[in-house]
Ligand binder design. Structure first.
Ligand code: SAM
Length: 505
């Protein structure tokens, strides 16, 4: 083993480790984007990857010593191809077949098995250069270090700046170039025929991945547009979510991770119902807190009140609030709300903000995506509502969207139970929002509530006194159920939500 060759193998194991973690994170996050329930997707991806890596390590015993270099080059090239196209394959599986789950698990297994071969093959090769003890310690330490680098690069640089498709292609190119590197670094050791054959394979894979990277944006846009009904006018992968804005004629729709957040045709029904009952009942409207609501539509309704002097809008994702501040279609729809002088946009997790803040608000409006994930469900918990309660001024009012009392009945009533356990008096109501279906909210007051006292003093299209009085009737299909409150240490909500959506939607 030439000294330079040994050094190259150590660089190779480090880079391969980075790519290996990147593939796992990619498959986990793209699957979460399509199927939701990120805990399940990441558990399955990591489990199948690790088991397949075990399989790969076991299979390595069948590689004869004289074929170690050939097999290593070959596996890097194949891994490059498979990993490189992995995200594209997932898009196609989701968009055009009914076999996403099986395909995703097969992909994880195949990539994991190839990755599992890397460490044993490289360790055996390096053993020729020193003792087994040093070979193992070098290989494993670089392998674990590479994993750390990948897990730092992925959320902060790769996903936000390259997007999932190009991240996969770049990782694939790294593996294929490593394959080519093995062939070139050990040219003298390999047979001429093997050298040419492996070199040609590596070059073809590099060319294919390069071409895909070149054309990738167009392809991704085509696959993505097949997933949405209307024309996509903005698509962006932020560090937190996939953001898609679509438009047909004058109608806009915003999707986060494939889930509809609003349709301009009927969003006024949702936003008026969220905002105006709370604003009508709040004793003071000078300071308002909005948690979520990065599209600016809740803020638009709040700013209809002349008394409002200060609105804090806490949305996790700067990419959403930037879009709502800059996209001409959105600023028209939200009446430029997020650029108005009264509004302070804070890009932070709502729970962290609630823990830190002390100055009270007259009204708190919670406009978050549905609690389909534990990370979102924590903001619909007893603990989050207790923090809100501390932040409400005397006779302040909280209103939260609470998903559908019809489609996710347990989840809807679990949110009411959490508010009550946090010490609020709760008034529940629902209405029909055609794009969403039957939709529910809860109004909550720390010092009791008299919903009949609400009068609507600003211009509205949907809500008025008469409509308001009709929203609190729940028929037998939506009536309250005896469900548990969601707590941080007993997170039942996302499970209630997913159970209902898996049987009903
Ligand atoms: N009306 C919508 C619905 O029915 O689902 C909610 C719309 S609004 C655009 C939801 C916002 O909540 C998004 O902009 C998202 O970035 C934000 N968000 C998600 N998780 C959050 C968190 N933990 N803290 C603060 N904002 C969050």
């Amino acid at each position: 083993m030439p000294r330079l060759g040994a050094l190259f193998l150590l660089v190779a194991i480090f880079s391969a480790a980075v790519c290996a973690i990147v593939y796992q994170l990619l498959i986990g996050s793209v699957s979460s984007y399509f199927l939701g329930n990120s805990v399940e997707q990441f558990s399955l991806t990591i489990g199948f990857f690790l088991a397949a890596m075990g399989l790969g390590s076991w299979l390595s015993r069948f590689v004869a010593d004289d074929l170690l270099l050939t097999r290593l080059a070959q596996l890097e090239i194949w891994l490059g191809l498979l990993g490189g196209i992995s995200v594209g394959v997932l898009y196609v599986l989701y968009g055009y077949t009914d076999h996403f789950r099986v395909g995703m698990l097969a992909l994880s297994t195949a990539i994991g098995a190839l990755i599992g071969l890397e460490v044993p093959l490289i360790t055996r090769l390096l053993r020729g250069h020193g003792t087994l003890r040093t070979a193992l310690s070098n290989v494993l330490s670089l392998d674990y270090l590479g994993a750390l680098l990948a897990s730092l690069l992925f959320p902060y640089i790769l996903l936000p700046f390259l997007g999932s498709l190009h991240t996969a292609l770049v990782a694939g190119l790294v593996n294929a170039v490593l394959g080519l590197g093995v062939v070139l670094a050990f040219k003298g050791v390999l047979e001429q025929r093997t050298f040419r054959w492996l070199g040609a394979q590596a070059l073809v894979v590099i060319a294919v991945l390069g071409a895909l990277a070149w054309q990738g944006e167009g392809l991704r846009a085509r696959w993505e547009s097949d997933l949405y009904e209307d024309r996509i006018v903005h698509s962006e992968q932020s560090a937190y979510q996939q953001i898609v804005l679509t438009r047909r004629d004058e109608h806009l729709r915003l999707y986060l991770n494939g889930h509809l957040q609003f349709a301009s045709i009927d969003e006024h029904r949702y936003h008026e119902a969220l905002v105006h009952p709370a604003m009508a009942l709040a004793l003071s409207r000078e300071r308002v807190l909005i948690i979520g609501g990065g599209d600016g539509l809740t803020a638009r309704e709040v700013l209809k009140y002349a008394e409002v002097q200060h609105v804090d809008l806490v949305d996790l994702d700067p990419a959403v609030t930037r879009l709502a501040q800059r996209n001409i279609h959105l600023t028209r729809l939200n009446d430029n709300a997020l650029n108005r002088r009264q509004v302070r946009v804070i890009n932070e997790d709502g729970f962290v903000f609630l823990q830190r803040e002390h100055v009270p608000y007259g009204a708190i409006l919670i406009d978050l995506p549905d609690p389909r994930e534990e990370s979102l469900a924590k903001l619909y918990s007893v603990e989050a509502y207790r923090l809100c309660r501390k932040l409400l001024s005397p006779q302040g009012v909280l209103a939260t969207q609470a998903s559908s009392p019809y489609h996710v009945r347990e989840a809807y009533w679990s949110i009411a139970a959490a508010l009550e356990e946090a010490g609020f008096a709760v008034h529940s109501y629902h209405l029909h929002v055609p794009s969403f279906g039957e939709w529910g909210f809860h109004l909550a007051g720390p010092d009791g509530l008299d919903p009949t006292a609400a009068s609507f003093a600003v211009p509205t299209r949907y809500i008025d006194r008469q409509v308001w009085s009709a929203l609190a009737v729940f028929d037998g299909d939506m009536a309250r159920l005896p469900v548990q409150a969601n707590r941080l240490d007993r997170p039942v909500l996302a499970r209630y939500y997913r159970q209902s959506t898996s049987t009903q939607f």
